[in-house]
Write a protein that binds this ligand. Structure first.
Ligand SMILES: Nc1nc2c(ncn2[C@@H]2O[C@H](COP(=O)(O)OP(=O)(O)OP(=O)(O)O)[C@@H](O)[C@H]2O)c(=O)[nH]1
Ligand SMILES: [Mg+2]
Length: 318
């Protein structure tokens, strides 16, 4: 983009640190509002450098409490930090509860903090898309660190990898069943393991078990997944948790993996966006109702109908 090109006023307000503009644009992005789309386009070239730290893990392990503790730690280091709490529409983790809990011990007018909770409304890929867009708005507004909390349903947790530059998997002592869950999915997304509630019995054991698991190999052979023990009640281990996150972010830079990860995430994002357009386009195709009939009459199966449709459309465009 040429520097002479003027930004839309809302984008300029965002970059100038206007928090109301930021809040409005986030709502606009969630609602797919054309004004927000225009701003997202305009700011895009300025984005892509933020640290997006995802905290994933089963219900109640202390993700919100850890975010609260990390917020305090990061503010003491003078860093600006934003929090996005993803609420997959469950009444259990109502945004206000989450927000209140996180905000609890922060000055309400601290300009170095921005907290937002979002509902994914059950759309497949909804978390990834909405979170990435919100993160871009936050980055343009000067928040270079964005912490993302997700609730521990497997689906959402895997999606976090399409968003986060560093994924922290939070667990608690007495892993038992959770180690099985890990094998099924969470293990593959961890860049950092956090054993929270280490004030409870069994923490050392859990830490050893996880360290052993982590040593079996990670998704990225160049990165040894650290295991950090924390407690938000004592509190302890919070600076160490941040150090582990920072170390991973620095590793991404020194190894060239940041670009690789961004390429993977953008590929996914473009595919998902193109797919939703294609699907919308197809569902408006006037030939659709007559294609259903032979399938309904059991003359052909759905797969054959879909394949023929696809082939005809390809020919039509050749
Ligand atoms: N003993 C102990 N309890 C903790 C610790 N951290 C959090 N808790 C408690 O664990 C409970 C759940 O904490 P949250 O921070 O809400 O956990 P969460 O993972 O965000 O929960 P969901 O968002 O509902 O999945 C609360 O009662 C906390 O007070 C800790 O380090 N030690
Ligand atoms: Mg929570």
């Amino acid at each position: 983009m040429s520097p002479a090109r003027r930004l839309p006023p809302a984008a300029q307000a965002l970059i100038d640190g206007d928090r109301r503009a930021l809040a409005r644009l986030i709502t606009g992005a969630e609602n797919d509002d054309p004004g927000a789309r225009e701003v997202l386009r305009a700011i895009y070239p300025r984005t892509g450098h933020a640290w997006l730290v995802g905290l994933a893990g089963p219900l109640g392990v202390g993700k919100s409490s850890l975010i609260n503790a990390l917020l305090a730690h990061l503010r003491s280091l003078g860093k600006k930090v934003a929090v996005v709490a993803v609420d997959p529409s469950s009444p259990f983790s109502g945004g206000s509860v989450l927000g209140d809990r996180i905000r609890l011990d922060r000055p309400p007018d601290d300009p170095g903090i921005f907290i937002r909770s979002m509902a994914t409304r059950g759309h497949a890929g909804g978390l990834a898309r909405a979170t990435r867009e919100v993160a871009r708005l936050l980055e343009a507004a000067g928040f270079g660190i964005v912490l993302v909390e997700t609730v521990g349903s497997g689906q959402v947790d895997v999606e976090i990898r399409q968003v986060a530059t560093t994924s922290v998997v939070v667990l608690v002592p007495h892993l038992g069943d959770e180690v099985q869950t890990l094998k099924a999915g969470l293990f593959e997304i961890a860049d950092v393991f956090c054993v929270n509630k280490s004030d409870l019995p069994g923490a050392d054991r859990a830490r050893r078990d996880l360290t052993e698991l982590a040593s079996l190999g990670s998704v990225d052979p160049g990165w040894r997944v650290p295991v950090v023990a924390t407690s938000t009640t004592i509190p302890s281990g919070i600076p160490e948790l941040w150090q582990a996150i920072e170390a991973h972010e620095h590793y991404l830079d020194s190894s060239g993996k940041r670009l690789e990860g961004e390429r993977r995430r953008l590929t996914q994002e473009i595919l998902a966006l193109a797919e939703s357009r294609f699907v919308a386009d197809l569902s408006r195709d006037p030939s659709l109702p007559r294609r259903v009939e032979p399938v309904l009459a059991r003359r052909i199966d759905p797969e054959t109908a879909a394949r023929r449709w696809w082939q005809e459309r390809r020919k039509g465009r050749a």
